[in-house]
Design a protein around this ligand. Structure first.
Ligand SMILES: [Mg+2]
Length: 275
């Protein structure tokens, strides 16, 4: 039997903001979509560039909204940043001498619970940057002076904005852009669309998967779809988030499929044998 596009995917990486939820509100039918994946034993992981919440907190919020997602079914850019510090001998030794965080509890907890010492002063160790809704001139100055002293500059993601119920708000990319403007240095980026992020997700889904087994579903061409294009796997652009009109898509990043939402993608690609 031939499956159209489709029954061939063993695992799906699913973006969160704009695909699973918008602000605090679940996007309609995501529970059914997750249900189909569980029923068909298709492995999945929610993958988010949002560094502000730990998987535990995000899982708790989704469960409270009626979508049952386990902590281990979520991967955040904060986790990938922490893994990179552990895996790279050079970054690890710098991080041990002090990490200055521009970020919120998701990033802070991840680093702290893995034994890294956080500092509130200028450091020559590591400057770790994520979305920080309490970002100030003082934080900008400390990050800038640290990087100028020789600290490594790592950023969870460079999304310029993120969607909320009130519309788009400035994202971690806007904060990183101000630090880059001050230092002239570009950060090492660990979130989508980096290959680092994809490799970490693949590792967590199990070592047996190859790139062609994996489908990436997201609402943002320059992160979700770009990552798929970079690593060479199929992708779905959904229109439930920041992209409303696929016909207006400019630019370089081409999804394999466009669907209205996650449910339609799962229903079309996983449920329907063809031929
Ligand atoms: Mg998104």
């Amino acid at each position: 039997m031939i499956y159209g596009g489709c029954g061939v995917y063993k695992a799906i990486l699913i973006d969160v903001d704009g695909v699973i939820k918008q602000g605090k509100t679940l996007i309609p039918r995501v529970d059914k979509a997750i249900g189909i994946m569980r029923e068909r034993s298709v492995r999945f992981m929610l993958v988010t560039n949002n560094s502000t919440k730990t998987p535990q907190v995000l899982s708790g919020e989704l469960n409270a909204s009626g979508l049952v997602i386990k902590e281990k079914e979520i991967m955040t850019s904060s986790q990938v940043l922490m893994s990179l510090l552990k895996q790279s001998a050079k970054l690890h030794s710098k991080a041990v001498s002090g990490v200055y965080v521009v970020g919120e509890s998701g990033l802070i907890e991840e680093l702290r619970s893995n034994g890294y010492t956080l500092t509130s002063d200028v450091t020559w160790g590591v400057v770790a940057v994520g979305l920080d809704r309490g970002f100030t001139y003082t934080k900008l100055a400390t990050a800038t002076r640290s990087i100028m002293l020789g600290a490594s500059y790592i950023c969870t993601n460079t999304d310029r904005t993120y969607p909320t119920e009130d519309g788009l708000m400035p994202g971690a990319g806007s904060i990183a852009a101000s630090i880059t403007a001050a230092t002239g240095r570009r950060p090492l980026i660990v979130g989508k669309p980096s290959k680092t992020f994809f490799k970490q997700a693949l590792r967590r889904l199990g070592g047996d998967l190859s790139v062609s087994d994996v489908l990436i579903v997201g609402d943002r061409p320059e992160t979700d779809i770009k990552m798929a294009n970079l690593v060479g796997c199929d992708s779905v652009l959904v229109l439930s988030g920041v992209t409303k009109n696929a016909a207006k898509l400019r630019g370089l990043y081409k999804p394999t499929y466009v669907f209205s939402d996650l449910y339609e993608a799962v229903e079309k690609l996983l449920s329907t044998p063809v031929g």
